[in-house]
Structures are given as structure tokens and as C-alpha cells.
Design a binder for this molecule. Structure first.
Ligand code: URA
Length: 240
């Protein structure tokens, strides 16, 4: 006989995973009688529910179960894109209750790179978005030590040798002598820094400003995060 899947989860964990509350808010709302399970108030936030079958409401409004979580984080310099490290990681910037639901960064930014890191627990989608064959677009704002000539721009766009690998064609939009936006469809280790080295220049500031056609929310301070909207999740999954 096939094994029965145990889909039960704690009510507070369920509420937190939907992104509507923090863990402490979840227990407060339960104690206040504001949370119902199948129409009955549930004061104990630790009870196990079946997220796929039970109907949970908060303040009379049904809460939609989300199997996966998708977070946009504005990574500051000095934070590592990993789940565990000796240094502060992107996961450490999330509240405690979100550190136990299997979240990980989808791809890596260098420690001194700023900007958009997608954090999720959707392994297959992450794999899809990072796969070189899907050409997911990433935009970076950059500043350089020396001016970038038209020849350098053309070379970068055509592809440069970054140590035995010639980069794929990309788009560079200059916004000044020593700054601009580069759009890549691949993600080699230290790619932009190595590309600038290849044209005898040097990156002095780098920030990812969009990932997979989703722009970094300009209202997010460095170190802050928010859940992706339904619309942004749809964009992410468009070709998945
Ligand atoms: N290219 C780099 O050199 N560093 C990053 O963090 C991202 C792209």
C-alpha cells in the first residue's frame, strides 16, 4: 500500500508560512479568538492542522495555503548569500520564524555586492531559474574605477574572456563615464568583476537591481525584505 503523506502542520507555522503574520502575532490572534479552523475558533496556536484540507480564517477572512515562500531581500554589503556561514547570511536577516521553513537564496551575490536576492524554499523553481539554458535576465547597476570607452562597452556586449570562458552576449547601458547597467543572462562566479578586469577596468560598486524580470523594490532599505506579490510570483513562474 502506498504510504500516506503526513501533511499536518502546526497552526502558527501554517499562518507564518502564508506570510500574513509573525509567529508571535499568530499565537496572540489565536488567544484572542480571531483564528478559526473549519469555522471553530482555535485558541491553541500549536494544534496540528491539515493545510490542504482545513479552512483557516483570520478575522473572518480565509487564509490561502501557500506551499512555498518567495522573498525579495535587499542584500547589504558584507552579508553572505548562503544558508550557513561564519559571517552573517541572507537567512540571518529574516525573522526567526522564517528560518525554519527550508529557505535558501536562489543564486549567489558576492559578499560585497548589494541588491536583490530571491529567497525561497521552492527547490525546483530555483533550479529552473538558475539553469544556464533558461537565460533568466539579471540587471546590475555598476560603478567602475576608470571611464568605460565605447570600445570597452562593445567588447563587453560581444563577450570577453574571463579565464578560459567567453561570456555570452549581454547589454550594457552607460549612465555616465564610470557607471551603468549591465544585463546578463548567465551567472558565472564573479562574472561582472571579471568582465571589467578583461577590459582593464575595475568594479567599485555593484548592485543587482532586477532578477527574472522582477525589479528590486525601491522602497526596501538595505537589509530589508518583503514577500513577493502574487503578480511577481506569476512572472517568476511564467516559463516554468
Ligand atoms: N557578478 C559579480 O562579479 N558579482 C556578483 O555578485 C554578481 C555578478
Amino acid at each position: 500500500m502506498p504510504e500516506k503523506t503526513n501533511t499536518k502542520m502546526r497552526l502558527d507555522k501554517f499562518l507564518v508560512s502564508t506570510g500574513c503574520v509573525t509567529r508571535s502575532e499568530a499565537s496572540k490572534l489565536c488567544r484572542a479568538g480571531k483564528v478559526t479552523v473549519n469555522g471553530h475558533p482555535e485558541k491553541d496556536s500549536s494544534v496540528k492542522i491539515d493545510p490542504e484540507a482545513d479552512i483557516v480564517s483570520v478575522g473572518g477572512k480565509a487564509v490561502e495555503y501557500r506551499k512555498y515562500t518567495y522573498i525579495m531581500l535587499n542584500k547589504p554589503e558584507g552579508v553572505v548569500s548562503a544558508t550557513e556561514d561564519g559571517d552573517v547570511t541572507v537567512i540571518d536577516l529574516l525573522p526567526q520564524e522564517l528560518r525554519r521553513i527550508g529557505l535558501f537564496p536562489c543564486g549567489r551575490l558576492d559578499k560585497n555586492t548589494h541588491g536583490f536576492v530571491l529567497i525561497t524554499n521552492h527547490g525546483e523553481l530555483s533550479h529552473f531559474l538558475l539553469s544556464p539554458k533558461h537565460h533568466v535576465r539579471k540587471e546590475y547597476y555598476f560603478e567602475t574605477k576608470f571611464p568605460i570607452s565605447e570600445e570597452d562597452k562593445a567588447a563587453l556586449e560581444k563577450g570577453v574572456d574571463i579565464g578560459g570562458y567567453v561570456t555570452a552576449p549581454c547589454v550594457v547601458r552607460l549612465e555616465g563615464e564610470k557607471k551603468g547597467v549591465i544585463t546578463l543572462t548567465e551567472g558565472k562566479y564573479h562574472q561582472i568583476k571579471l568582465m571589467m578586469t578583461a577590459v582593464h577596468n575595475q568594479i567599485t560598486f555593484l548592485k543587482r537591481i532586477s532578477f527574472a524580470e522582477i525589479a528590486l523594490d525601491s522602497t526596501l532599505d538595505e537589509g530589508s525584505w518583503r514577500y513577493l506579490s502574487e503578480y511577481e510570483i506569476e512572472i517568476l513562474k511564467r516559463d516554468f
